[in-house]
Design a protein around this ligand. Sequence first.
Ligand code: NI
Ligand code: MN
Length: 227
Amino acid sequence: MAIQLTWHGHSAFRLDIGDDAIWIDPFLSDNGVTSVSPTQVDADYILVTHGHGDHVGDTVQIAKRTGALVISNFEICNWLQSQGVERTHPQHIGGGFEHPFGYLKLTIAHHGCSLPDGSYGGAPAGLLLTADERRLYFAGDTGLFYDMRLTGEEGIDLAALPIGDNFTMGPDDAIRAVQLIAPRVVMPTHYDTFDVIRQDPTRWIERVEEETEAKGLLLEPEESYEV
Ligand code: NI
Ligand code: MN
């Protein structure tokens, strides 16, 4: 077994683990870079880091059509239920659960978390997933914080970190995050989708190789990588 990770631009990922299709922050129809349609994707699980529209994305539509189980924080799960999503599994910061696809823990993220209609969305999270003897860290939207080191202590095979600046860490702080987390492989996310988060990911990958011990991974939207 292996984990196939496919990036769909912004913070949207699909993980294929065994027979399970797992989406993370499926912002697909409005992100401008992926041709994948929320009306067609298959999904067994959807993981949502926080309530903002560019992360909740097409979750409601996909979950209703496919019956996928949505995993997020307690407040977002309640909101999804109010939107007609029937199957949710609430967790919260620091809490992990052994799902069929792997052990998922929600981690700290420093950011906002209101939902698209203004509802309270609790606290934003990162995702720490242990599956198939690999550990993946999706930081979500966050600024740099020193406790990333604690997550790194668990041993990270792949980290996905925002580099866009303005709403999240920018390139400089994301390099410092790589130094704190010390992942084996790191990839940049949350850039170029909007004008205010334009970055040079190729240059950032060069800096990863120069300034950290990690291997940089640059994916084009819809490109896959075997973790
Ligand atoms: Ni956000
Ligand atoms: Mn965002």
